[in-house]
Write a protein that binds this ligand. Structure first.
Ligand code: MSP
Length: 529
């Protein structure tokens, strides 16, 4: 058993959540649930990034006070994550007092150390990215993420000695002490370090009031990224320098936990390409300055594209998670976000594609399989699980129904999820197990066999029901409600199942003969065109 601390980016509250944010968050949820399922002590942190010029301007446009505005949007994120069964341990908001206090302390510590110094920034700033831009970052003079011309800025400010940490960070990235995955992204970062190197950056703003004032110069507020990065620490109750006590609002843990001691550093930080560079430069440099261990791994997934363009609130082509939930339900939404766009790749998404995946893998796939098997048990075996049978030979497709092959599938599934291949793990469920069971049923014409030779049919039925029990376990991190519904249909109590020792639960033969199955409603009802 080990510990697992996973984070998502904290999302800007300048607009409501869309399925790009949802993609990262559901992915993190799957990994957090998987680690909990394996018995790892897990902490899953997410939240909202609420300060800065952009959000201040959005609040003004909406005719609201900044905090009133951010309260509303932060609540929408929390609501969406609750609806999607996101099992975060803490939702942190950068406007919370324990966070703002710790940020002030941390920056003061860096200032006292001489890593923050008074200077002047002259250059360009993209408000959408909340980032300083160099000529090389722009395409035809515009920020490629936001398609806007950055503002010219000339401001007295405090600077962070980022350049000081360049060589040490490059070394740590090369050695894999700070691992960046996939390899393509790691190489990109290494070549950035080697070609451009790190320059000192502005770390405070004079004209942005909506931020955390610097404790030694209250006319300036902290640069929004400096403020935001520290959420990964304050989310564990870190209080700046020295004292490390738990947060007051850590909802699922008892008081007195020393979360920081138990969980730091992050085992995995998930994000997309847009914010990798800052996470691989400024963020770890801040940690070095504060004398803290670096995250172990950053995993970068791709973009959801619509018609080849990044889905983003700036372009205005976003889909809200609620639109998908309305059409497909919660679990299917989680699946449809993850399966068609393997983590790491960009993927064009469309309603047509979602519909096709829904039909192929859910309605006609797992949904149909569960219903077919349970119906046969109902009709031919008085709804009872038949005697256990382990020696079924399935010569044609491979011996999936035999206990050894399920062990192999489990080994692969575990390896995939440990390597953050969400797609690989889902393929084990859907292309190995579900497909295979379908073929098995057709190959033996099981619907005839159970009628003509009940005893022979029972051997197949036991295997298939037991596989469904395993499928439910494998599905649980991805589609927890569906997993529970499958267990219920097998006559198992979901909470008792989940309370079992995981290693025991995934051994062959957990389903007891004589158990009464319960046919339920279709797991994935047909959808209208
Ligand atoms: N607030 C900063 C992050 C600070 S973390 C210390 C920020 N916020 S954001 O709201 O813009 O979120 C960016 C993240 O949202 C991406 O890195 C990714 O996780 C997710 N996505 C936003 N749009 C997306 C797509 N179109 N496709 C995939 N992921 C997307 O940056």
């Amino acid at each position: 058993m080990s510990k697992f601390f996973i984070t998502t980016p904290i999302y800007y509250v300048n607009a409501e959540p869309h399925i790009g944010h949802t993609y990262t968050t559901v992915g993190a949820d799957v990994l957090a649930r998987f680690h909990r399922m394996c018995g790892d002590t897990t902490f899953f942190l997410t939240g909202t990034d609420e300060h800065g010029a952009n959000i201040e301007a959005r609040a003004r446009q909406a005719g609201k006070k900044s905090l009133e505005f951010t309260d509303e949007i932060a609540a929408k994120f929390q609501f969406a994550w609750d609806e999607l069964n996101i099992s975060f341990d803490r939702f942190i908001r950068t406007t919370e007092q324990d966070h703002t206090k710790a940020v002030a302390k941390a920056l003061e510590e860096m200032y006292k150390k001489g890593d923050i110094y008074k200077g002047k920034y002259e250059g360009m700033y993209c408000r959408g990215c909340e980032q300083y831009k160099s000529e090389r970052d722009l395409v035809k003079g515009k920020c490629p993420e936001h398609n806007t011309v950055p503002e010219k800025m000339s401001e007295d400010c405090y600077m962070f000695k980022l350049s000081k940490y360049g060589p040490e960070l490059l070394n740590k990235i090369k050695k894999g002490e700070l691992e960046i995955m996939p390899a393509e992204r790691r190489n990109e970062i290494i070549s950035f370090y080697e070609k451009d190197g790190l320059n000192d950056i502005a770390f405070s703003r004079k004209n942005v009031k909506w931020g955390i004032p610097l404790p030694w110069d209250k006319t300036q507020t902290a640069y929004v990224w400096a403020d935001a990065f520290l959420n990964y620490l304050t989310g564990l109750g870190w209080e700046g320098a020295g004292k490390k006590t738990p947060p007051q609002s850590s909802p699922k843990r008892g008081e007195g936990d020393n979360l920081f001691r138990d969980f730091w550093p992050p085992d995995l930080q998930l994000m997309s390409k847009d914010i990798l560079r800052v996470h691989a430069t400024i963020w770890p440099a801040m940690l070095l300055s504060l004398g803290l261990p670096l995250p172990k791994k950053i995993f970068v997934h791709g973009y959801f594209l619509i018609g080849g363009k990044k889905m983003s609130k700036t372009i205005g082509n976003v889909i809200a998670p609620q639109e998908m939930i309305k059409r497909y339900g919660v679990d299917a939404t989680r699946f449809l976000l993850l399966y068609p766009t393997p983590f790491g790749n960009d993927g064009d998404i469309s309603w047509e594609k979602f519909d096709n995946f829904y039909k192929a893998y859910l309605a006609n796939g797992i949904g149909n399989l569960v219903s077919r098997i349970v119906s046969l048990v109902d009709k031919y075996y008085q709804g009872r699980v038949p005697e256990r049978y382990d020696d079924l030979t399935d010569y044609k497709y491979k011996s999936v129904l035999i206990k050894n092959s399920i062990k192999k599938d489990w080994d692969e599934y575990m390896k995939y999820l440990k390597d953050i291949s969400i797609f690989g793990a889902l393929s084990i469920i859907f292309t190995e197990l579900v497909n295979h069971c379908d073929h098995h049923i057709s190959h033996y014409e099981l619907w005839k066999l159970v009628n003509n030779n009940k005893e022979e049919g029972a051997k197949h039925i036991y295997g298939l029901l037991e596989i469904l029990r395993h499928i439910a376990w494998m599905l649980w991190p991805f589609m927890p409600e569906t997993a529970e519904k499958i267990w219920q249909q097998l006559g198992l109590d979901a909470s008792k199942e989940l309370a079992k020792d995981f290693k025991e639960a995934i051994k062959w033969g957990g389903l007891k003969p004589g158990n009464k199955v319960k046919k339920g409603e279709a797991l994935f009802p047909r959808i209208d065109n």
